[in-house]
Design a protein around this ligand. Structure first.
Ligand code: ATP
Length: 238
């Protein structure tokens, strides 16, 4: 079976600085795949390239059987690839519900949109309780929920999450990770970028460790969770 997303020898540069230096990985339908690694490893750059926000220097990206070369970002969303960005980028003055609706801007199936808004409220009850309030009044963790809910509103075939646990309390982080598990159980395919290696590896079917623009190690989440070098470098063990 071919993978839903196939990345081959991808290279991305900012001017002369190569941030991603020839990485290859794939995401199968229904899988949770994680890219872990420290600051500056190139994880965000990779996701932004997959979304069409950055142009690769070289390499091949195939999504749902089609090459993504030179396809603008909005068309990539329409093909089924959604991105919940680092830092969330919600619209603070707009209501929570309107932020969710924005995620469905390419759809015109009114009933389906209402159903998916309801689904987001089932997944994150706090968003439903406060649906009319300005999104900027939500806590960091709640804004992360909104960013995830908004990305799901495009009915993606693949959901990319960039550092969903960033800046969250341990309890809120736990909640976000449980939600990712719940989405996986519902069959959502997820590419998860995380600095919290423990949480990400625990969830992931497949995992890739990035370091300075390259993939240093790969394996199942469980394998890497028990790998000695990963434990030392990324899980803070001696
Ligand atoms: P983080 O968790 O900090 O976001 P990351 O693994 O996602 O880390 P990237 O943000 O992809 O890493 O950054 C990879 C490299 O590219 C870093 O050296 C970074 O300084 C550089 N970089 C990122 N964005 C730009 C930019 N707009 N212009 C120039 N260099 C950049």
């Amino acid at each position: 079976m071919t993978a839903l997303l196939e990345v081959e020898d991808l290279r991305v540069a900012y001017g002369k600085i190569e941030a991603v230096k020839g990485i290859s990985f794939s995401v199968g339908a229904g899988e949770v795949v994680t890219l872990i690694g420290t600051n500056g490893a190139g994880k965000t750059t990779t996701l932004r390239t997959l979304s069409g926000l950055l142009e690769p220097l070289a390499g091949k990206i195939t999504f749902d059987g089609k090459p993504l070369r030179k396809i603008p970002a909005h068309k990539i969303v329409a093909m089924g690839l959604a991105h919940s960005p680092e830092g969330r980028h919600i619209f603070p003055r707009m209501s929570i519900e309107d932020n969710l609706r924005l995620g469905a801007y390419l759809r015109n199936d009114k009933d389906g949109i209402e159903k998916d808004i309801q689904r987001a409220y089932d997944l994150f009850p706090i968003l439903g309780e406060r649906r009319k309030q300005a999104a900027g009044t939500l806590s960091g963790g709640e804004q992360q929920m909104l960013a995830m809910g908004r990305a799901l509103m495009s009915q993606p075939k693949l959901l990319m999450l960039d550092e969903p646990s960033m800046g969250l309390s341990p309890i809120m982080m736990q909640k976000i990770m449980e939600t990712i598990s719940a989405l996986k159980a519902q069959g959502t395919t997820i590419l998860l970028v995380e600095q919290n290696a423990q949480a990400a590896l625990s969830l992931a079917d497949q995992a890739y460790v990035m370091e300075t623009g390259t993939i240093k190690l790969s394996g199942t989440g469980q394998d890497l969770l028990h790998d000695e070098s990963v434990r030392k470098t990324y899980l803070g063990e001696d």
